[in-house]
Design a protein around this ligand. Structure first.
Ligand code: HEC
Ligand code: HEC
Length: 389
């Protein structure tokens, strides 16, 4: 009797609160005059976009933590990301080298920066930065956290963005020049006001806003993610029902030969950096060793994510391979005996390079599988597109 009383009391309580719940307020985030100003320059929706990356079940299960994002900062960051005025000659924005249709990578071995200057390395695609976001940066996860750039030289997205903007071969801007370029454009006062409560343009606000946008680029809607999420066994090794037989066979080849480094669910990579046998000797680019000075790091590079890999040719830090077939052939027959070649690519810890010797059919299956990692929704998502008119 007492239980029923408590129960009905509880029901009443819930009904009561339910009835008294405030109706969801739907309001425009901009005042009419603010929107009118923005509309002169930008294509932004009436309300601030929501930037929470969508996870399918498999990512939740794999423990990938969504970064905490402030949509107001991400909206501002989107505009800054596409703004060419943030470069010395007014021709280059982040998006010049990080193109949405290419999973925010570039299709050139080395990208062109201001005045047509070129750098030394292949632009890293950004659409999967969020899959590491929870592990990126010492501020979140201590010194063992994953880092940015091919040589892992940046600890946080903010320090990385600073580096990109000031790099003479990329945007070549000093902080005061960036602030001036932003202040020169009238619409930014509205966006800064929304993001920070006042219109003041500070360098740390600029970088924080861009970092919010970059960290929002979650690419988790690939056929691989769908198959993994729909898989009742929960084991990534089990055949996926949405895959063709060739894709499932390719998945097996991948899990047996590649996942030790690139991870089985394309999340945080198992190794932070490695040498994958591209050259027998140390070439001009020492990679991580150039930053740490440690001899076992010489010629090692960040293990990149393979999400959207079919979109981001050419491949490797120097963009030496044009196709995924060439990449697979490298692992199949081309591994070189570099002094720091990863033990994962040796017959045993100190043994000879382990070349995979796959059959033609297995190589094709592996390439077919790599195509399942493409997330088409990411390429066309309006929230990540160029907002300038
Ligand atoms: C001129 C071309 C160019 C421009 C402009 C450029 N980048 Fe890059 N970006 C690159 C290249 C090349 C790399 C890899 C460089 C390296 O690792 O040394 C890179 C790497 C990165 C990375 C590291 C990704 C990872 O997985 O480690 C991030 C994040 C990034 N860029 C964001 C930005 C942002 C934000 C901007 C604008 C403020 C920007 N980039 C402007 C070419 C460019
Ligand atoms: C020892 C760890 C390791 C193993 C095992 C490994 N990789 Fe890699 N992979 C790397 C590293 C490190 C790089 C970057 C190397 C560089 O650019 O210098 C890389 C780069 C790549 C790239 C180019 C990525 C880009 O954005 O340019 C692809 C594609 C790739 N690997 C696919 C594979 C496949 C497929 C297999 C299995 C046949 C495999 N990897 C096995 C460590 C590994």
């Amino acid at each position: 009797m007492q239980r029923i009383a408590t129960l009905s009391l509880l029901v009443c309580f819930y009904l009561f609160t339910a009835c008294n719940e405030k109706p969801e307020i739907i309001y425009s985030d901009y005042l009419p005059e603010e929107k009118a100003l923005l509309d002169q320059y930008l294509n932004l929706p009436d309300d601030l976009d929501v930037y929470d990356p969508k996870f399918l079940y498999n990512m939740v299960n794999a423990g990938v933590v969504r970064p905490r994002l402030d949509r107001r900062k991400a909206v501002l960051g989107r505009v800054l990301f596409y703004d060419k005025n943030l470069s010395k000659d007014g021709t280059i924005s982040c998006a010049s080298c990080h193109k949405q249709e290419l999973a925010f990578g570039d299709n050139k071995a080395v990208s062109a920066g201001v005045y047509g200057r070129t750098g030394e390395r292949n632009a890293l695609p950004l659409s999967a930065v969020v899959s590491f976001a929870s592990q990126y940066g010492t501020d979140n996860n201590g010194t063992s956290a994953l880092r940015f750039f091919w040589d892992n030289r940046s600890e946080t997205a903010v320090s990385q963005i600073m580096a990109s903007m000031s790099n003479p071969k990329e945007m070549d801007m000093h902080l005061d020049e960036i602030v001036a370029a932003v202040e020169n454009q009238p619409f930014y006062s509205v966006l800064f006001e929304k993001a920070y409560g006042d219109p003041q343009v500070l360098p740390e606000r600029v970088t924080e806003a861009i970092a919010s946008f970059v960290n929002a680029m979650g690419s988790f809607q690939s056929r691989f993610d769908q198959g993994d999420s729909d898989n009742p066994s929960g084991y990534v090794e089990t055949n996926f029902t949405n895959f063709t037989a060739a894709e499932n066979r390719g998945k097996t080849v991948y899990l047996q030969n590649c996942a030790t480094c690139h991870s089985s669910r394309m999340t945080q990579t198992a190794l932070h950096n490695a040498n994958n046998g591209l050259d027998a000797e140390l070439t001009g680019d020492p990679g991580v060793g150039g930053i740490t000075g440690i001899s076992s790091d010489m010629g090692t590079f960040k293990v990149p994510t393979l999400r959207n890999i079919a979109l981001s040719a050419p491949y490797m830090h120097d963009g030496r391979f044009q196709t995924l077939e060439q990449v697979v052939e490298h692992y199949n027959s081309g591994i070189q005996d570099h002094p720091n070649l990863s033990p994962a690519l040796r017959t045993d810890a100190y043994g000879a390079p382990r070349r995979l010797n796959l059959t033609e059919a297995q190589k094709q299956d592996l390439v077919t599988f790599l195509y399942t990692l493409t997330d088409e929704s990411m390429r066309t998502d309006r929230r990540f597109s160029n907002p300038f008119k």
